[in-house]
Design a protein around this ligand. Structure first.
Ligand code: SF4
Length: 226
């Protein structure tokens, strides 16, 4: 588990990880190799939340380390101009669902207190949801294609910014205008802009209002996202 940033926050995130390590609250504990609590920068204003660990993540105990994780890292670098360690990355459930199936609502509910705890400690301004499971968890919406590029209010002042899961992008290789990849690249550019503005101390409401305009102009501009 790789953590960066404020020591007090790191200690609290490690404490949550220790609880996850011995957790038997749902049947996923029976088939896991390792728990995957999450990793990254505990001071980041932006947190990424995916669905659940896959085979590589289960083997290594780290989130997003397989092919999907490599794509996420590449998109962060190329489009958001961010390193993986600039943000905190975790999942809705902290143990791998067998055959990478979607976690059940009972499993999600059993695991909820760990994610809540991580959010309380890290206090992100924006949560980027990757794919449909975290989208539904945070917003009640179920269609990523209709929800991406929009902001949803969550508890406190936290904004939810949905985008595609990188494993979905691996199955949809086209990056022509209007394709999931094209939108995902655009979302990453927006995430980079928001990260830098929030790091400069700008208010999250102000930041999201400004980028809403930017999203519209990028969507209308067409062409490649490079
Ligand atoms: S998925 Fe969450 S609730 Fe289920 S065993 Fe793992 S840590 Fe516990």
């Amino acid at each position: 588990m790789f953590l960066y940033g404020n020591e007090e926050k790191q200690k609290n995130i490690e404490m949550i990880a220790k609880r996850i390590e011995v957790c038997e609250k749902c049947p996923l504990n029976l088939t896991r190799t390792n728990t995957v609590p999450g990793s990254g920068n505990v001071d980041s204003p932006i947190m990424f939340v995916g669905e659940g660990p896959g085979a590589d993540e289960d083997a290594l105990g780290e989130p997003f380390v397989g092919r999907a994780g490599q794509l996420l890292e590449k998109m962060l670098k190329e489009y958001a101009k961010l390193e993986r360690n600039d943000v905190f990355i975790t999942n809705i459930v902290k143990c791998r669902p067998p055959q990478n199936r979607v976690p059940t609502q009972e499993e999600v509910k059993s695991c909820q207190s760990y994610l809540d705890g991580q959010i309380i400690v890290i206090k992100p301004k924006i949560i980027v949801t990757l794919g449909n499971t975290p989208l539904y968890y945070f917003t009640g919406e179920s269609k990523i294609t209709q929800s991406r590029g929009r902001f949803f209010n969550w508890y406190g002042d936290i904004k939810i910014f949905p985008t595609f899961h990188p494993s979905y992008l691996l199955r949809n290789q086209s990056s022509t205008k209007g394709s999931p990849k094209w939108y995902a690249y655009l979302d990453m550019r927006i995430i980079g802009i928001m990260y830098r503005a929030l790091k400069q101390g700008k208010d999250v409401e102000e930041v999201t209002k400004t980028v809403e305009e930017k999203i519209k102009s990028l969507e209308n501009a067409g062409g490649s996202q490079t």
